[in-house]
Write a protein that binds this ligand. Structure first.
Ligand SMILES: [Zn+2]
Length: 436
């Protein structure tokens, strides 16, 4: 019998490695790393765990990876409901941001976002917002993994007066966290319509020098594409290709308004595409061609986007929207099947972040970032397929979340977090942000 830290016996395990769901297997964890996956009967003979966790009606999945978020926007949840994208930005969001974004506001909003992400099974996220240093501190305190795409934009913000200051602060943040196991700094040029060629060129140079990823909102609406053609003579993706921006380190967010040539270009440069279906539907931006992106071999990932445009941070409900939108918009019921959907929110996210050797699937040698769902709800029964139950019934409860084998969520409670105190602080902050 070998002594180990933790053994989780599960009715079902969706490893994401080979597209199968294991039954009556156990995941064995030592030192935060998965050291064995085997039938439970065999694990009981081989291991003496310090902690044994049993999921008789449970499904174990890898921790979810939310690849696009503006975490602090949880404080703007519900602002500007039922407005179109540009009206929503110009009339509702940007005025509130301009008046109220500061270090402490971002720290509080990010913490609130992380609480919701953790309690709904997300263990790794990407953020793109002002004061990324505040988000880094909160993520470290919560024990979450993150990519911080620093906000680069061609006009003054509360965080940086111009792109040069944004790049300078990005380098400082990179230097601070370059050896941190969970915090990864990236560049977040906002969008082609707010970034000049010169600023994009600087992003590419800095990304190459420091080995940083680049995340950018791309072709979110047809209007954005039409305007770009009018101004530059090029579609944004063609412009980025010409500038040499595209590559496997590039994460293109939204990619709603794509033609066949755009999809071919994204595939050719091994760009990761990040779909945010709830935001796209809510702001009437349209449906991303996720089936075509997947078929073209593009690494398709998913994000919630900020809570102002969603309004939640729950990646499972986002993925449910993605698979339904893929089918409904393509007329193909096999589009984005549930194994692909689960892969999109785990392993593909890990690939986009360059972390596929560490996270994204349940595999020996990877970090033990895991989520346990309880599938015993009466209205999930009769249960034909655990993934179908997980995605479609909306009744699967997150029971536990582990990061590096450490229990972060247990029966709805987040380790080390006073949720009542936090929600009071959030309500107080929001009240101070309402127009007088
Ligand atoms: Zn966004």
């Amino acid at each position: 019998m070998k002594n180990v830290d933790l053994q989780i016996d599960a009715r079902w395990i969706a490893t994401v490695e080979d597209g199968t769901v294991l039954e009556y297997n156990s995941v064995v964890i030592d030192g935060g790393v998965i050291c064995d996956i085997c039938p439970t009967a065999q694990a009981r003979l081989s291991y003496q765990p310090t902690r044994l966790h049993s999921l008789p009606n449970g499904l174990l999945t890898p921790g979810f990876i939310n690849l696009h978020n503006h975490c602090a926007m949880t404080l703007m949840r519900g602002v500007g409901t039922d407005l179109a994208l540009m009206d929503w930005l110009n009339d509702a969001i940007w005025p509130m941001e301009n008046a109220h974004v500061d270090h402490d506001m971002v720290a509080l909003g990010a913490r609130w976002s992380m609480a919701e992400m953790l309690s709904t099974g997300t263990t790794t996220f990407s953020d793109q917002y002002f004061y990324p240093e505040a988000v880094a501190a909160q993520a470290i305190e919560m024990g979450m993994r993150c990519q911080l795409a620093t906000p680069i934009i061609d006009f003054p913000t509360a965080w940086a007066k111009d792109p040069a200051e944004g790049f300078q602060k990005t380098v400082a943040l990179h230097d601070k966290y370059k050896s941190h196991p969970k915090v990864h700094v990236a560049l977040g040029p906002h969008a082609p319509y707010t970034i000049s060629d010169a600023t994009f060129n600087q992003c590419r140079t800095l990304a190459d020098q420091l080995n940083l990823r680049i995340q950018c909102h791309i072709q979110e609406t047809q209007g954005e594409v039409d305007e770009a053609i009018e101004k530059t003579g090029q579609r944004p993706i063609a412009r980025l290709e010409a500038l040499g921006l595209l590559g496997p380190d590039f994460q293109a967010v939204h990619v709603v308004a794509l033609n066949d040539q755009d999809i071919e270009t994204l595939a050719r440069y091994n760009v990761s595409a990040v779909t945010c279906p709830d935001s796209n539907m809510k702001l009437a931006s349209g449906f991303a061609r996720t089936r075509d992106l997947w078929q073209a071999g593009v690494n398709l990932c998913i994000g919630t986007d900020g809570a102002a445009s969603n309004n939640d941070q729950d990646l499972l409900s986002e993925a449910r929207s993605a698979t339904l939108a893929a089918k409904g918009s393509s007329g193909d019921a096999t589009a984005l099947n549930l194994q692909q959907t689960l892969q999109m929110m785990t392993l593909n996210g890990a690939r986009a972040l360059g972390l596929e050797d560490q996270i994204g699937s349940i595999k020996v040698g990877k970090q033990a970032d895991l989520v346990a769902f309880d599938l015993s709800d009466p209205f999930i029964q009769p249960l034909a397929d655990p993934l179908s139950a997980l995605f479609y019934t909306q009744r699967a409860q997150v029971d536990q979340v582990w990061i590096d084998g450490q229990l972060k969520v247990d029966q709805g409670r987040i380790a080390g977090l006073d949720i009542d105190e936090l929600v009071n602080a959030v309500k107080h902050q929001r009240k101070s942000m309402e127009p007088q």
